[in-house]
Design a protein around this ligand. Structure first.
Ligand code: COA
Length: 385
């Protein structure tokens, strides 16, 4: 029998295949390409539910009745107004920062003046979840307008999160078609199992820290191109490819240079990401409304050719479109500036992060894995001093 003291522990690189939590929030079935949010298929939710309804589902465990949904929408509208010190930060030091850097800086400041940020009762924690999710779009839009030298806009409180965000960015009430597409996007990406940013939020919460810290850390994790930082580069790629007939040679050349194709591949999904379906539908509706389907047709051609070429060049790796391919398309068609794509992802995912933090806090155990030491031992200090 092997001696347990000398056996080398197995390291799960990237924690691949490790189950770290039980959760009631969402389930990613990577083999069948299914995503369940609070018991419902994400495709059904994104087609029929509002972002506020699905946020409520995550925070409370059930979809709200119509009155509770209206109350939540209004409460989030009332909570979106930013405290003066946060606006000072956006006008001051954060003005130099772009995109996710500014969002991370300002989110960290959302604890200023928030009396119950460290409160541990359920009601205060829920209030903080609601407030943070409502304020992130205001942070992004305010920062955007400040950098452009434009006056800040306060939308009516009754406007939902998607409509309010566009209103704050653009300074006028947005078209319902664009609001609907943004809403579908936000529902599609609201939560996604134990992804890197959610895990980050739960690690921070598990130390007994607060929700503002957890969301700030999650924003840092989301920023990377292996997680949420990709839709901007996806759009650049689509523009660079330019036309459907150039898709195949472009992809072959990129792979020959050893590059990864943005918007393809996933740690869990071994089939097409189910969110690509919902977002593709939203893009189709927007294209019918605007009369312009050139980018949509290009994206479809890029997907078809990339899957074909990846199947040849990287056989057996099961590389298909992930959420970011169509996220870029939808966000662009909605009129969100590409610098704000990942920050907009954060707005939606904040509902998921905070729900996970609530779940972690309700049944906490410090998250503290082990490492295997591979460095030297028995070094002598007197060789140095
Ligand atoms: N383009 C080309 N090759 C890819 C690829 C892509 N988008 N994604 C994975 N691969 C290849 C890798 O090069 C590797 O090939 P190898 O076996 O020859 O070394 C193989 O597939 C496995 O990749 P691995 O890095 O182990 O996968 P992962 O589970 O760690 O990575 C992602 C998952 C999402 C990080 C990865 O697919 C990726 O970088 N995608 C592009 C960025 C992106 O779209 N990010 C958004 C994620 S939602």
């Amino acid at each position: 029998m092997e001696d347990s003291m000398t056996a080398q522990p197995v390291v799960a690189r990237g924690l691949e295949g490790v189950v770290s939590h039980e959760t009631r929030l969402s389930d990613v079935d990577g083999e069948r390409g299914k995503l369940v949010i609070g018991g419902y298929d994400v495709v059904d939710l994104a087609r029929h539910a509002s972002f506020e309804q699905v946020a409520y589902l995550l925070w409370h465990g059930d979809l709200p009745n119509p009155r509770a949904a209206d109350e939540l929408t209004l409460a989030m509208g009332q909570a979106r107004h930013l405290p003066a010190p946060v606006l000072d930060l956006l006008r001051g030091p954060a003005r130099q920062a772009a995109g996710m850097h500014a969002l991370r800086m300002a989110t960290a400041a959302l604890s200023v003046g928030h009396a119950d940020v460290d409160a541990t009762d359920d009601e205060s924690r829920l209030r903080t979840a609601l407030r943070l999710t409502a304020q992130l779009p205001a942070v992004i839009a305010s920062h955007w307008r400040i950098r452009k030298g434009q006056a800040l806009i306060e939308p009516p409180d009754h406007l939902g999160v998607a409509a309010g965000y566009l209103f704050m960015l653009e300074g006028r009430e947005p078209d319902p078609e664009r609001v609907a597409a943004l809403n579908a996007y936000m529902v599609a990406v609201i939560d996604h199992g134990m992804n890197a940013s959610t895990f980050t939020a739960r690690v921070i919460a598990s130390t007994g820290s607060d929700m503002v810290s957890a969301v700030t850390g999650a924003i840092g994790a989301l920023k990377g191109p292996l997680h949420g930082g990709v839709p901007g580069p996806v759009l650049d790629m689509l523009h660079e490819i330019g036309s459907p007939d150039r898709a195949e040679p472009w992809v072959r050349a990129a792979l020959a240079r050893g590059e990864r194709i943005m918007g393809f591949g996933h740690r869990v999904y071994k089939v097409r990401d189910p969110r690509a379906e919902v977002l593709g539908e939203a893009a189709e509706r927007l294209a019918r409304w605007s009369g312009d389907r050139s980018l949509l047709d290009l994206t479809r051609a890029v997907e078809e050719n990339t899957v074909k070429v990846l199947g040849e060049v990287k056989p057996g790796r099961d590389l298909y479109a992930n959420v970011e391919l169509y996220a870029a398309l939808v966000l662009h068609a909605v009129g969100i500036p590409s610098e704000l794509f990942t920050a907009t992802f954060a707005v939606a995912r904040c509902a998921g992060w905070t729900a996970h933090v609530l779940e972690q806090m309700a049944d906490n155990r410090l998250i503290r894995p082990l490492s295997v030491y591979m460095g030297p031992r028995d070094r002598q200090l007197n060789a140095v001093f």
